[in-house]
Design a binder for this molecule. Structure first.
Ligand code: SF4
Length: 341
């Protein structure tokens, strides 16, 4: 059976025409599928019985469901989310005073093998379909209301997988999150984070996307970056810089440079100068991220005094800098820790 959610509204009209029904009921079906994100056809209560029976007999919804969950002492909740084929991905609800953020996955596993990342130690199994990405957001939205009585405010594509290697599904899922047929979220509440696939960053610019773009930079020096992130061998810093400049020029937006600060590896004054220089060339803000050990990694989090010197150099160079404290460390839900544990 085919997944009805892979059909657009015109396809649904054709299904209805085949049943001798008025095509305008397609809007109702679409509303139940996306706005209400129903879990079964029986929930489409204002549709005639014969249409519901036809949909049940011929189509699936292949919904994502919560398999298990863990709550951190800081309120962060990590969800193991089960896909229709039994694969599991992880999504995280990150509550703060002012925001309810869903961190969601775009692939089962990941092929990029970043050395500091737990997901990178898993094989890439498959891409998520766009309705599976959308389901994650809807589940976490429901959970935000349930646990905190607050609506979802932000979505970050920073969970398992490289979003730009699942380009079409990621784009369609963002469109559904933004569309009034879906969640109706503002585009500037959505951030897609990439390890730096230069060709696809240019494609984002050509496709005139409106969401925020973040890049996992972690070093502004090819030798160091390649040691952590094998993708740097085929997408060097120079190639990445060209793609980011192309993106910034075309979209007239800044990008976020994500930088996990590792002790005695990329937190030296020279690293800070290199990062400043990269950030001065590419319209950007810098987000310094606390590292969470994944047990067997050669990397550890930078020490407070080294981090302060690092930051002072960035400030001296007039960079825009933010610091992101880790959330959900105790349940392996923090940045780089998602690996179905
Ligand atoms: S950091 Fe992102 S791109 Fe790198 S291995 Fe982990 S999930 Fe994949």
């Amino acid at each position: 059976m085919k997944n009805i959610r892979s059909y657009n509204i015109e396809d649904i009209k054709k299904i209805l025409e085949g049943l001798g029904e008025k095509p305008n009921k397609s809007k109702l079906i679409y509303y139940w599928l996306w706005k209400k994100n129903v879990s079964s056809f029986d929930e489409m209560i204002n549709l005639p019985e014969n249409i519901i029976e036809h949909l049940k007999a011929n189509y699936t919804l292949n919904k994502v469901i919560i398999h298990s969950q863990q709550k951190s002492s800081d309120g962060t909740i990590k969800y193991a989310l089960k896909l229709y084929d039994g694969n599991i991905v992880e999504g995280v609800l990150i509550p703060t005073e002012t925001r309810m953020t869903a961190c969601i996955s775009s692939q089962v596993g990941c092929s990029l093998s970043c050395k500091f990342c737990a997901t990178g130690k898993m094989e890439r199994v498959r891409n998520l379909d766009y309705w599976e990405i959308y389901d994650q957001v809807c589940i976490i939205k429901e959970q935000a209301l349930l646990h905190y009585n607050k609506d979802l405010t932000n979505i970050v594509y920073m969970g398992m997988g490289e979003p730009l290697l699942n380009y079409d599904n990621v784009l369609k899922s963002t469109q559904m999150c933004i569309s009034n047929d879906g969640l109706g979220l503002s585009h500037n509440r959505i951030t897609v984070s990439t390890a730096g696939i230069a060709k696809m960053i240019k494609k984002l610019a050509d496709d005139d996307v409106k969401f925020n773009l973040a890049v996992s930079l972690h070093a502004a020096n090819d030798e160091k970056r390649s040691r952590m992130m094998p993708i740097n061998e085929s997408n060097s810093l120079q190639v990445l810089e060209e793609a980011l400049l192309y993106f910034c020029n075309k979209t007239e937006e800044k990008v976020m440079l994500e930088y996990i600060v590792f002790d005695n590896f990329n937190d030296n004054p020279k690293d800070a100068e290199e990062l400043s220089s990269f950030s001065q060339r590419v319209p950007s803000k810098i987000n310094l991220i606390e590292y969470n050990s994944i047990g067997d990694s050669e990397f550890i989090n930078s020490r407070e005094e080294r981090l302060q010197i690092f930051k002072d150099i960035l400030y001296k160079n007039k960079c825009t800098v933010m610091t992101r404290r880790s959330r959900g460390k105790d349940i392996d839900a923090a940045c780089g820790q998602l690996a179905n544990k």
